[in-house]
Design a protein around this ligand. Structure first.
Ligand code: SF4
Ligand code: SF4
Length: 74
């Protein structure tokens, strides 16, 4: 399964995160304002629409592995 992941070296902790505001799954989050963004893999659908939205190119694509029991890993 595809998932989006934020590259913390590229994320500039924008005051308004375009990735967060455009994601319909509400997967991007941060606990403190101005912190770097995280993606909640349980909410992310892997649509990758956010990949072209971030002005700093901070969104990468990763593959979430299966744990061998018919469920996703992590
Ligand atoms: S993910 Fe992109 S838009 Fe969102 S805070 Fe980081 S750099 Fe800014
Ligand atoms: S891949 Fe899709 S669901 Fe996941 S964070 Fe990006 S826009 Fe949201």
């Amino acid at each position: 399964m595809k998932r989006a992941i934020i590259d913390s070296k590229k994320c500039k902790s924008c005051k308004v995160c375009e990735v967060e505001s455009k994601c319909t799954m509400h997967a991007p989050f941060r606990e403190i304002p101005d912190q770097k963004m995280w993606i909640d893999f349980y909410k992310c659908s892997g649509c990758m629409k956010c990949k072209t939205i971030c002005p700093n190119n901070a969104v990468n694509e990763i593959i979430q592995p299966c744990n061998g029991k018919g469920k996703l890993g992590w």
